[in-house]
Every structure is written in C-alpha cells, then in structure tokens.
Design a protein around this ligand. Sequence first.
Ligand code: ADP
Ligand code: MG
Length: 397
Amino acid sequence: MAQFRTLDDIGDVAGKRVLVREDLNVPMQDGRVSDDTRLRATVPTVSELADKGAIVLILAHFGRPKGQPSAEYSLAQVVPAYAAVLGRPVRYIDWEGVDDAVAALRPGDIAVLENTRFFGGEEKNDPAVADRFARLGDRYVNDAFSAAHRAHASTEALAHRLPAYAGRAMEAELKALQKALGDPERPVAAVVGGAKVSTKLEVLRHLVAKVDHLIIGGGMANTFLAARGVDVGKSLCEHDLEATALDILDAAERASCTVHLPYDVAVAKEFAPHPPSLRMCNVHEVAADEMILDVGAAAVEALSDVLKTCHTLVWNGPLGAFEMPPFDAATVALARTAAALTQSGGLVSVAGGGDTVAALNHAGVAGDFTFVSTAGGAFLEWMEGKALPGVEALERR
Ligand code: ADP
Ligand code: MG
C-alpha cells in the first residue's frame, strides 16, 4: 500500500498552527444539527492535536454556496453542536479578519474556519486559494476521507504546500479499505445491491477482476436475470443494460469470479410494506404483473454458506427494498451472518453506502462489522478502483 504520514509522524506540534480538513457537512433541521455522526468522527484527531498543544484550525465545507458567502451556508451554525460533541470550547473564525483572529489563538485552542466553499476557487483546486489557506498554518492534516474523491483546494492543492498527514479517521478508513480490497485475505466476497445497475457499472467492472465471489442483489440483479432470459415481470429493470450485464458476466468468468444471482425471490404486485399480494417463488415463476422486491430465503441460505468460506467481504447496496418489510429480510439475514462471522474472527467485513449503512443499522449489526464507511461518494469511487486525489496528495513523496 502507498505509505502515508499519520499523526504518529507529525512530531512536536506544541504552539504550531495545524490546519485540519474535516467533514462538518452535517444535516440541519430548524437551525440545529440533526445527525452529529460526522462531528463525532473528528474527535480523535482534533482532541489529540489540541492535547499536544497545537493551535487547531479546522477547514471544512458546508453545503453548496457556490463561492458566495451567506448566513445560510455559514459554519457558525455548526459550532455550538461541535463544541458539545468535543466537550471543549470551539471558536468560530470568519474569513474576514482571519489572519488577526488566528494570530490571537493560544496553544490548545480549537477554531472552525468559515466554509471553504465561500471561495469560488475552492472547488476548482485553485492554487491561490490553497496559498491563502497554507499561509494560516504550519502543518496540514486531512481527516476527511468523505471529501477525498474531489480535488479541491482544501483537500488536494493544500496538501502540497505544507507537511501533510492523514488524521486518525482517515488513517482508520484507509487501513480498512486496504485490508478489504487492496491486499485482502482470500477468498474475497463482494455484495453489490441497490436499485440500479447504471449507478454501479464501474463498481461491478472493477470487482469482477478483484473478488472471488460477486453476490448481486437488489433491483440491479433483475437486469442480470433479464439478460439471462428470465422474465422479471414488472420488476425494476434496465433492459437497455442487458448487453452490458452480459459483458460483466463474461469478464467475471474470465477472471474466475463466481457470480451469484438470486434463484428464489420475494415478489408482490404493489410497492408497499406487507402487501397482500406478497409471494415467494423461483425466479422463473414471476408473473407479468409482479415485481421482485427481495432475494428469497433459499438463496440467502446459500449466500450465507458462501460467506462462511470467505475471509474478506465488501458490501455496497441492500439486497432488497429494505425500507419496506418484509423486503428487508434477505439484507438483514445476510448482514447478521456477516456480523457473526466477523465477531467470531473469521471474516474481515467492510461496508459502505448511504442506504447500506441505514440497512446495517436497521439490522442492528453496523457495530459488528470490521468497518462501516459513511463516506458515500468517496467510498463508491474507491469501490470503482479510482485513485482519490485527496488520498494521493497525502502519499509519501
Ligand atoms: P447505497 O446508498 O447503499 O449505495 P443504493 O442507493 O444503490 O444503495 O440502493 C438502495 C435502494 O435500492 C433502496 O432504496 C432500495 O429500496 C432499493 N432496492 C433494492 N432492491 C430493490 C428491488 N428489488 N426493487 C426496487 N428497489 C430496490
Ligand atoms: Mg443510496
């Protein structure tokens, strides 16, 4: 794996100004932070640096202000919740007068600088904006894996201007991802589910070359079934991608990757919880007016047996329409198997994706996986095998 400097390499930071890129892009409701998961993820890095006497200057974006400063997108709104999560005072510093405000800080102080996207050049990776940020600090720490798929001034260019290090959350994420797909213990299984093939084509293409077992579920499995001549009735299905699906199946065969498609399914005539028309059947028995909404019990049993033979699992996308019971059954059952195998020490399990995280929480097992990424876009790009500019910029040169 590429080598990164971490906080273990940063040396004595007492009295030094450390610019820390974090993800403070939290959801708000009625002016209050409605989910502080992202804030909590920053605590190890920020506390460690403050405890070592650094002047901690946090850089983050908030929403999409498109280069226009406004109260709506001001990070000042996040500061009270952030101070509560950190359990320490947190100062807020506007871009106006930033130099004087930073100069007045004392060792151990923590300050959130205003939204990086108030600079139009931030999202363009503008060198002048990176210079502006670099002037404020002596060291740079990137702790925001979720923003690392974008080459922005605060995530990419800035890393070339100061001694740069991965923060603790970034370090944990990179290590987990490396264990899962970089240098995994084989056999490796991947579960790819979710609504559509079209959003995960690159993920599937990358995985067939990397994993031993590719388990395809969710709406996207219907496109693969249709490509193999199965009549999927009214199911969500991208018929225009059937040829692409066959290409992926061919590529899998060439790479000796076993693809697992459901052979029994839960179907219904209406897209609703506990529909009266609910029925379990073989994939070849779906009626013209029925939709496949989940993987069936027999297939899940077989998939559990596949996981038992594996040492590594990566998971993105639910196996069914898990928001509507009983179409959560396959996702919950397979997630619990993966969690149990992880806890008994036989499996390294890494999962990510907005709905995937929700589904694992729903199954009550998110804490039992080796690592669950909340990074969204960055996690998917990593699953696609893409280099992430914010990560590359941290590599030891
Ligand atoms: P993630 O956010 O984890 O990357 P996706 O957004 O790709 O996952 O997919 C999640 C969505 O896929 C969920 O809303 C779920 O209801 C939907 N889905 C899963 N299986 C089916 C299916 N058989 N038919 C229709 N929608 C499905
Ligand atoms: Mg989603």
